[in-house]
Ligand binder design. Structure first.
Ligand code: CO
Length: 199
């Protein structure tokens, strides 16, 4: 059996360092969270929401899954969106994909990956919706990167169609949904310019 003692050591050091920098940090955070942003990103370990936005704990409400998908019947993701919009009243929802996403690549490679293939079928649907545009490209990396962008745009549309967002906008709640893609090579976020607010 392995131990994770080094992680407990890291944690203790982090908590001490954080308290040293701001003695009220944990006291303030423990009283409430009021993040302005909901982040829906990929589970990929290279794309951590808070760090790449330069934000502290308490500032971003986060949901992550493979290939940052918002599936119409995924109660996990839908519950996160509902809580973020109805209770936390976040002002912005950010769907973040990343170039070179393994989930997107797996959806395109025509191989079998076990159970996860069912999850990836949704990305194959996105490919099918944009087959003409996709098939202009022959380079595999370029195809994956284009599908990373198209997938984000699709998920932005899916969020806009959730009952939560439809009702929030009907009630004049000012929530905007954004689509961005992260580049693991330089750490930069690209805005896909699909921001939507139907308030
Ligand atoms: Co990914």
């Amino acid at each position: 059996m392995t131990t994770i003692q080094h992680l407990f050591d890291n944690n203790k050091q982090w908590a001490e360092q954080t308290t040293k920098e701001d003695p009220n940090f944990f006291k303030n955070l423990s009283e409430q969270q009021s993040p302005k942003y909901l982040w829906i990103g990929c589970s990929d370990s290279r794309v951590p929401a808070n760090e790449l936005l330069g934000m502290q704990p308490g500032e971003v409400f986060v949901h992550r899954n493979i290939a940052n998908q918002v599936i119409h019947t995924d109660l996990n993701c839908l519950s996160v969106i509902q809580y973020a919009v109805d209770v936390l009243k976040v002002q912005d929802i950010i769907v973040c994909g990343h170039y070179g996403c393994g989930g997107i690549g797996a959806a395109l490679d025509n191989k079998s990956h076990g159970l996860i293939d069912n999850w990836l079928r949704h990305i194959e649907d996105v490919y099918r919706f944009h087959k003409e545009e996709m098939d202009v490209l022959t380079d595999e990396k370029e195809r994956i990167n284009l599908l990373c962008e198209l997938n984000v745009i699709e998920q932005v549309a899916n969020i806009c169609n959730t009952t939560t967002l439809v009702n929030a906008w009907k009630n004049k709640q000012n929530t905007t949904v954004h689509g961005v893609v992260y580049n693991v090579h330089d750490g930069i976020l690209k805005d896909l310019n699909v921001s939507t607010n139907r308030q």
